[in-house]
Design a protein around this ligand. Structure first.
Ligand code: ZN
Length: 281
């Protein structure tokens, strides 16, 4: 019996993380630089949906040996629009960084080039978070999701209804739980539906094709209830086949499909040398 040596790193960026104008302080510059490195090292970017097919169907043979998946979390305008950051200048959007790579190297260089953007469903939560966590210029709207998903270079997926974010006012929260600010205390059917199914329904109403069948735990916090009971029971019926944590490890055959690991830029690598170690395992 042969053992498959396949391991696929899933990389995570946050386009709202713009704290400076160099690699280690700016996720846009990080992505642009990392794409070149990924290509130079002979890795092939594949879409998350292709990895999901391998995880759920077992057909790992269809995955190139040196594959990598790109994801973005939280889904602000910085994913889609070039924007003038008030402190750090003009920022190339994440999707335009992918397009720039395509233009520079040609479509054959990375034929499956794609990233998945995990978005926060609730418009009111995004509007509130825009003020508390970003710049307060209303740059967290969902007007671009349908076009992005249809074009395919940046696919859309579920990152919960309100991220269970601790900065949200009481009026927008599901409950007055003291644990708001983390996701691992979601332990009821009602709140799971509110956080996850409601977002699937909202994405379904906006997108012309089903969202990528993945859920990303806010903060990377895995709720035992959601991972062990809720998603195994209700996930598939609402179009979810996997869930992503932020455990720093590659996806391998045998992973629990409701706990697929991901690496996070600036936490798990802060230099091209460190990314090389992540990629080469
Ligand atoms: Zn997030």
């Amino acid at each position: 019996m042969t053992t498959l040596a396949i391991h696929v790193p899933v990389l995570t960026y946050h386009s709202i993380h713009v704290d400076g104008t160099d690699y280690a302080s700016n996720d846009h510059l990080g992505l642009a630089h990392d794409l070149e490195l990924i290509h130079r090292l002979g890795f092939q970017v594949i879409g998350l949906e292709r990895l999901i097919q391998a995880v759920t169907g077992g057909n790992w043979d269809a995955i190139p040996e040196k594959s990598v998946v790109l994801t973005m979390d939280d889904g602000s305008w910085f994913d889609w629009y070039d924007l003038p950051h008030p402190h750090h200048g003009s920022q190339r959007s994440m999707v335009n960084i992918l397009r720039d790579f395509r233009i520079k190297h040609g479509p054959e260089a990375q034929p499956e080039l794609q990233a998945t953007s995990f978005v926060i469903g609730s418009p009111a939560a995004r509007q509130s978070l825009d003020t508390s966590c970003m710049i307060g210029l209303d740059w967290w709207q969902d007007d671009w999701w349908a076009q992005a998903h249809a074009e395919g270079l940046l696919r859309i997926a579920n990152h919960s209804w309100d991220h269970r974010h601790g900065s949200l006012p009481d009026s927008l929260r599901y409950s007055f739980s003291a644990s708001y600010g983390q996701f691992n205390d979601v332990n009821t059917l009602e709140e799971s539906h509110w956080q996850i199914r409601q977002t699937q329904n909202y994405l379904g109403s906006l997108l012309s094709a089903p969202p990528t069948p993945a859920f990303a735990y806010p903060f990377g916090d895995v709720s035992e209830y959601v991972a062990e009971q809720y998603l195994p029971k209700y996930g598939e019926s609402m179009g979810l086949l996997v869930a992503m944590t932020t455990e720093a490890a590659p996806v391998t055959p045998g992973n629990d499909c409701w706990r697929l690991p991901r690496y996070v830029f600036r936490r798990d690598w802060t230099s091209p040398e460190e990314l090389t170690k992540v990629l080469l395992g």
